[in-house]
Design a protein around this ligand. Structure first.
Ligand code: WQD
Length: 351
C-alpha cells in the first residue's frame, strides 16, 4: 500500500523535524515545506542520516499559494501538519505586524489551498500560551482562554478561532489543534535538535550552552514565586513524545470515523510540573555537568506555574508522554555536544 504523504509546513524546524521522524517511523511519507527563515538546511542531512533516505523538501513560504498547491498536487498530499510560524514571544511584542501578517496569512493561505484540492486533514501547532496564567492547575482543554500575553500567543488564539469557524461553516476539513506545553530535548541520535538563533530565550538550550561554556552563567528569572522553591514551574515534554502526538492525532482523524467538518483541541504535555531549579538539578544529575547560575529579577509575562492535564489526549488519541525529564535533558546535552563537535569540524573545513 502506498504510504500517505503528509505535508509538514515548518518541517525543518525544531518540532517539525522531529515530527518528520515520527511520521516516517509510523509508515507515513513526510514532505517538508519550509522557507528556512528559522531553520537550517543541515537539518535535512541529519534527517537523511537518521532515516536512511532523503525527505522531499520544498523551500517555499506558506503565504505562497501557488507553491503550496504545487507541492500538494505533486506529492499527492492526504494531510497537513502546520508548524510554520514565527514563535519568539519577545520579538512578537517588538514586531506585532510581522507576526500577525506572517502567522495568520500563512494559515489562511494553507486553508484555501487545502479546500481547493480537497485535502481534508489538518493538525495545527498551537500552544499552552493560550491559557495565560491559569487560575486552576493542571490546565484542561476547558480551562479559560485568557487574554494573550503576547502577539505571538494571540496569533495562536486567533488561529484556533479561524479553524473552529471554518470547521463549523461546514468546510469538509477535519482539524485538530494541539496545545504544546514546553518542548525540550532532541532525538536520541543527537543528530537533530533545537537550533536557537542567537541568545536562546528558552531555558533548556540556555542551560546546555552554559554547560558547554558558550555562556558564562544562567540567570534564573526570579525565585520569589508562590511555588515550593520560589522558581517557575512548567510542563517540560520530550520533543519526540510531542512528535508522536502528531501521528496519534493524524491516525485519530483517519481511523476514528471522524465526520467531515470536525474540530477539536488537545493538551500535549506530561501532566507533571518541574521548577527551574529542579530542571538545573536534573540536568546536572543526567550529565555530570555543573550549571553555574545566579538568581535574577523576574521576566515580564512569566506565569508562576503552568502544567497540563493531558488525559483527553490519552483517552481519545491513545497518546501519553513516556520519556522522562532526565532523558530529555540528557538528549538535549548529547545534541549540544554534537553541535560543538561538528562546529569545530565545520570551522576546520572552512579554514
Ligand atoms: C521556562 C522557565 C523562565 C530562560 C515558552 C514560550 C511559549 C511556549 C513554550 C511556544 C520560565 C525560566 C528561562 C532563562 C530562566 N512556546 N528561564 N532563565 O516561557 O514557559 O514558554 O515555551 O508556544 O510560548 O514562551 O519557556 O523556556 O522561556 O522559560 O529562568 O534564561 O524558565 O522564567 O520560568 P516559557 P522558557
Amino acid at each position: 500500500m502506498t504510504p500517505s504523504s503528509i505535508l509538514v509546513t515548518g518541517g525543518a524546524g525544531f518540532i517539525g523535524c522531529h515530527t518528520v521522524i515520527a511520521l516516517a517511523e509510523a509508515g507515513y511519507r513526510p514532505v517538508i515545506f519550509d522557507n528556512f527563515s528559522n531553520s537550517q538546511p543541515k537539518v535535512l542531512e541529519g534527517l537523511r542520516q537518521i532515516l536512511g533516505f532523503e525527505v522531499p523538501c520544498y523551500r517555499a513560504d506558506c503565504t505562497n499559494r501557488a507553491a503550496l498547491l504545487e507541492a500538494m498536487r505533486r506529492e499527492r498530499v492526504s494531510g497537513v501538519i502546520h508548524f510554520a510560524a514565527f514563535k519568539a514571544v519577545g520579538e512578537s511584542v517588538q514586531k506585532p505586524l510581522l507576526y500577525y501578517s506572517n502567522n495568520l496569512n500563512a494559515l489562511l493561505t494553507l486553508l484555501e489551498a487545502m479546500i481547493e484540492l480537497d485535502v481534508r486533514d489538518l493538525i495545527f501547532s498551537s500552544s499552552c500560551t493560550v491559557y495565560g496564567q491559569p487560575e486552576q492547575l493542571p490546565v484542561t482543554e476547558n480551562s479559560p482562554i485568557l487574554p494573550p500575553l503576547s502577539p505571538y500567543g494571540n496569533t495562536k488564539q486567533i488561529g484556533e478561532e479561524i479553524l473552529r469557524d471554518v470547521a463549523r461553516a461546514g468546510e469538509a476539513l477535519r482539524i485538530i489543534s494541539l496545545r504544546y506545553f514546553n518542548p525540550i530535548g532532541a532525538h536520541s541520535s543527537g543528530m537533530i535538535g533545537e537550533l536557537p538563533l542567537g541568545v536562546p530565550n528558552n531555558l533548556v538550550p540556555y542551560i546546555t550552552q552554559t554547560a558547554i561554556g558558550l555562556r558564562a552563567e544562567l540567570v534564573v528569572f526570579g525565585n520569589d514565586y508562590p511555588t515550593p522553591d520560589g522558581t517557575c514551574i512548567r510542563d517540560y515534554i520530550h520533543v519526540m513524545d510531542l512528535a508522536e502526538a502528531h501521528v496519534a492525532a493524524l491516525r485519530h482523524l483517519e481511523y476514528a470515523s471522524i465526520p467531515a467538518a470536525y474540530y477539536d483541541v488537545f493538551n500535549i504535555g506530561t501532566g507533571k510540573g518541574a521548577s527551574v531549579l529542579e530542571v538545573i538539578r536534573t540536568f546536572e544529575q543526567a550529565t555530570g555537568k555543573i550549571v553555574p547560575y545566579r538568581i535574577g529579577p523576574r521576566r515580564l509575562g512569566d506565569a508562576a506555574a503552568v502544567y497540563a492535564d493531558a488525559s483527553k489526549a490519552h483517552k481519545h488519541l491513545g497518546w501519553k508522554a513516556h520519556r522522562t525529564l532526565k532523558e530529555a535533558l540528557a538528549d538535549a546535552w548529547r545534541w549540544q555536544l554534537y553541535l560543538h563537535k561538528t562546529a569545530h569540524l565545520l570551522s576546520a573545513s572552512n579554514s
